[in-house]
Design a binder for this molecule. Sequence first.
Ligand code: VGL
Ligand code: ZN
Length: 194
Amino acid sequence: MVEEFGSGDGLLIVDVQNDFCPGGSLAVPEGDEIIPILNRWLALAREANLPIFASRDWHPENHVSFRERGGPWPPHCIQDTQGAAFHPDLELPEQSTIISKGADPDRDQYSAFDDTELAKRLREEDVSRLWVGGLAQDVCVRASVMDGAREGFEVHLILPATRPVEASPGDGDRALEEMQAAGAVIERSAGPGK
Ligand code: VGL
Ligand code: ZN
């Protein structure tokens, strides 16, 4: 249970985009069910004036991760398409900082920290404890949580606010173990005061 959410806290919402939600081209099962939980965190973060970051997968049409180039995934989150847009129910405040990744056609970036300004921006905003939710638990959330822990942040994964895509069965649970082993805290309650 999260007793207090205030100074030193920051929120990172990973890849809550149409293509990763039911109906999208790389749908995470129940991916949209995390949105009401994230909206509560967003409202609290906004009230407390805490820094909010939202990452997005932002691929060119010919991205190396797509099957036609021998990659593991169907085409998804192509820049400036509906599939790449944040889910319309996600209530991202105006002041949120958007972190785009995966724009290089020849390289993937699962982590929101990979070659982005995120770590620097978090330090500038004096964030020491980072709350993370979003999609997918076993891909970009996993990579972002592990990098965040490696960068020295106290990373808490909001478990009810994430879902795995499970390209292979068991990936979701394996990712949780790896994140925990990297020093992240797996938070099983849905939010502050819940
Ligand atoms: C993701 C698969 C491919 C994610 C991104 O955001 O978790 N998964 N690209
Ligand atoms: Zn991708």
